[in-house]
Design a protein around this ligand. Sequence first.
Ligand SMILES: Nc1ncnc2c1ncn2[C@@H]1O[C@H](COP(=O)(O)OP(=O)(O)O)[C@@H](O)[C@H]1O
Ligand SMILES: [Mg+2]
Length: 225
Amino acid sequence: MILQGDKIVKQYNHKGGRINALDHVSFSVNKGDFVTVTGPSGSGKSTLLLSLFGLIRLSSGTVMFDGKRIDNITDRHLTDIRKKSVGYILQSFALIPYLTTIQNVMIPLALEKIPVNEQVKRATEILDYVGLSDRKEHLPRELSAGQQQRVAIARSIVHHPQIIMADEPTGNLDPTLSLEILEFLKKINLDNKITIMMVTHSPIAAEYGTMKLHLNDGKIVNQKS
Ligand SMILES: Nc1ncnc2c1ncn2[C@@H]1O[C@H](COP(=O)(O)OP(=O)(O)O)[C@@H](O)[C@H]1O
Ligand SMILES: [Mg+2]
């Protein structure tokens, strides 16, 4: 077991009252699983993804990662865990517009204070792996949407995370590019045994799951593996 949530609750307060975005969500993920999280808009998918490693703080419940509780640790410790062990991929790619492809990919390594020559070496290897060795010096706006998402994927794996958290990674791509990215995620999952947790509203993308969580109104209504 690499990741386990137990009775996770997240309440948002807002002017109209309180929303239970996550309402006693429990699940467990094995190392190497490709988990898909589906559910209607507003069902709590993004909240789940962002809360597990503390980008959003839970209201209650516990999260275990790699044998340790992580819901009750300091922000600083959580940041360390994210930097070392987690890769994030978002729908909007979230590339830094004024940095080149290789500079974008080096960010996680720079955060870990790895020497620059080593950063360049590892980013170059990963860019070969995602098929972008000839785009190293391009800026994000000089790349196609599919290429930009591959840069984002390269950035999410360059520090060899144990788990990738992807929130609608194909949400902004056409069907052909979506399939390319999904196949790519599957390859990363199989080649490197990196666990993937991917939020999606696409039934085709959900088929990639070896374990499937379905949320409705903040509750897990279906869990299949
Ligand atoms: N920062 C926030 N403040 C208040 N309510 C929020 C906030 N973020 C999300 N919500 C609410 O929590 C629920 C779940 O949202 P979200 O996790 O984004 O759903 P999904 O990703 O499945 O579309 C929704 O009702 C949403 O409006
Ligand atoms: Mg969402």
